[in-house]
Design a protein around this ligand. Structure first.
Ligand code: TEU
Length: 547
């Protein structure tokens, strides 16, 4: 029997399945590969795994272009493999969170094929069409670059796509759309899935004409449509976790859409830190070298200190499949690699909200080096080359390659580094679908299991701490204060019934003075010597106390 732990107490681990473990040595990670590594995941202390899409797909946008919601892409395995994985996960008290792509389908999805076969087919109405484009519509860009409208010569009409041309937006005004998505939820629920990440939900209602306002966020019917869907899909299902993905969600939006009469999801992915280090200048993957580390506090503080934000309402993270690796972007890749990775981990785990670890983060994986344009796989990067290098000639190919190396999404999509052998132990040596990270000889699971001061062992320790009966009430349910001190240190104070966890985070390569809290017990430090030094914190030295 599975023990029921309430979702607020859980720790989530996110997997990008094509890059986790390739069990049949064909170059692509697979579901059996995840099953094989469940003991490893369990040994970290994980309670739930969010798996990025595994459906049948052309993989043009990493599986977010779904061809069939009820089958598995052959590279990932079969439904039987999935069932086996769920059963094995259950034995270990691990839940599976399925990624549900609601906003769009692949251009190879049966509906779209029918829709463009004849305008008389009922499926034609499942999408958004124009016979002619207005001036505004002609200029409306899609999120991955280029126009948001694409012409289909056979029926002489344009369809709308907010993301790539192969991801066709569904018309959520059509009742069949909502019903079909409800059936998708039923299908996976029956197999044993208990968590659902709802992709890009703020975009599902579009108000036209919106012209050059690109993103169609929180349209006027978003609440009506999603509530209808939620009622159909989740009514009568118990202990379900719904993780809403609405990028850039503000505190006001979180409270509106996470609570009360406009509630559309029980939990939201917390995007507070999303834009730190980003600039849109070079497409979605631009980098702003002048990012300010103070933003970690200023952006997160309002979410942490608001008592209406309950611990089950938000999921916090450092990186995911849409970002570069956190330590490459914000931390220190060299001398203080170990300490900076631990400092970020300590910051994440000290917060109110459910922590989500992105695979490889627990060993401090870094961005790889992509030397050439052809090394990239992400549609977002490929389009940026086409639009900004080939067509508009804003950047040289060399410049674009540099930018994608800093912030491209492929940075976080390379194979998990299991050991220092061929292909980092991801498979037995067949060429992998994307390159292997350059750091695998040094940064890998095997090495870190053997080293008690490794980042991996630090993650284990901090997860244990969060689950320890003595501290869990404070770390999960306690109030949270997040302060930026004058000297640049961050102070996090969690409190429950007068008991406190006090944390000092140093994200700088500088020594900082601070006051050791009185009568406090040292719980954890990012420096392996664990020295409670004389009111000084060394570079990237972060420290946690209980009092
Ligand atoms: O991301 C959603 C997304 O990219 C948008 O919400 C966007 O960030 C926002 O409008 C600002 O530009 C999800 C997936 O995580 C991502 O991998 C997919 O590419 C995307 O949806 C399309 O399915």
């Amino acid at each position: 029997m599975q023990k029921t732990i309430s979702w607020k107490n859980k720790i989530i681990y996110q997997i990008f399945p094509r890059s986790f473990y390739d069990s049949n040595n064909d170059g692509d990670g697979d579901i059996n590969g995840i099953t094989k590594k469940l003991d490893y995941i369990k040994s970290l202390g994980i309670d739930a795994i969010w798996i990025c899409p595994i459906y049948d797909t052309n993989f043009e946008d990493a599986g977010y272009d779904v061809k069939d919601y009820k089958s598995v892409w052959k590279q990932f395995g079969t439904i039987e493999d999935f069932k086996k994985m769920i059963n094995e996960a259950k034995k270990r008290n691990i839940d599976i969170i399925m990624d549900i792509v609601l906003n769009h389908v692949s251009n190879q999805h049966e509906w779209f094929l029918k829709a463009i076969e004849s305008t008389n087919n009922k499926e034609h109405n499942y999408f958004i069409w124009r016979k002619k484009l207005s001036k505004e519509e002609k200029n409306a860009p899609s999120i991955f670059g280029g126009s948001a409208w694409e012409f289909v010569p056979s029926i002489k009409k344009y369809y709308f796509h907010l993301f790539s041309t192969s991801q066709i937006d569904l018309n959520w005004e059509h009742p069949d759309t909502i019903k079909a998505m409800k059936e998708v939820i039923d299908f996976w629920y029956k197999i044993g899935v208990r968590g659902f990440r709802l992709d890009a939900i703020k975009h599902i209602s579009k108000d036209f004409p919106e012209g050059i306002k690109t993103s169609h966020s929180w349209g006027s019917k978003v609440v009506k449509n999603l509530q209808k869907f939620n009622k159909l899909a989740f009514k009568n299902k118990k202990n379900i976790f719904i993780l809403g993905e609405a990028s850039g969600i503000t505190l006001k939006e979180l409270l509106k859409y996470g609570k009360g009469k406009d509630k559309v999801s029980t939990n939201f992915y917390n995007f507070s830190w999303w834009w730190i280090g980003w600039s849109k200048k070079t497409g979605r993957n631009g980098y702003n070298p002048n990012w300010n580390y103070k933003n970690f506090v200023t952006k997160m503080k309002p979410f942490q200190e608001n008592n209406e934000v309950t611990p089950e309402l938000i999921t916090n993270f450092l990186s995911n499949h849409d970002t570069s690796r956190a330590i490459s972007r914000w931390g220190n890749e060299n001398t203080f690699w170990n300490e900076s990775a631990k400092s970020f981990a300590m910051m994440l785990f000290s917060l109110k909200g459910i922590p989500c670890i992105y695979y490889g983060e627990e060993i401090g994986m870094l961005n790889p080096i992509f030397n050439l344009r052809k090394d990239f796989r992400d549609v977002d990067a490929i389009n940026a080359y086409k639009n900004m290098v080939d067509n508009k000639k804003i950047y040289s190919e060399y410049e674009m390659t540099k930018y994608h190396n800093i912030n491209g999404r492929d940075n976080s999509r390379t194979p998990m580094q299991w050991n220092s052998l061929i292909n980092a132990g991801f498979n037995k040596g067949i060429k992998t679908w994307i390159k292997i990270g350059d750091s695998f000889k040094k940064i890998n699971v095997k090495n870190q299991l053997q080293n008690k001061n490794s980042i991996l062992n630090f993650y284990k320790k901090i997860i244990k701490l969060r689950k320890n009966d003595k501290y869990k009430y404070i770390l999960v349910d306690g109030t949270s204060k997040f302060n930026l001190l004058k000297n640049g240190l961050f102070e996090i104070i969690r409190e429950y019934n007068g008991k406190k966890i006090v944390v000092y985070i140093n994200l700088l390569n500088k020594i900082k003075n601070y006051q050791i809290p009185k009568n406090a017990k040292l719980l954890l430090s990012s420096w392996s010597d664990n020295k409670k030094s004389d009111n000084k914190l060394r570079s990237y030295e972060s420290i946690m106390f209980y009092k």
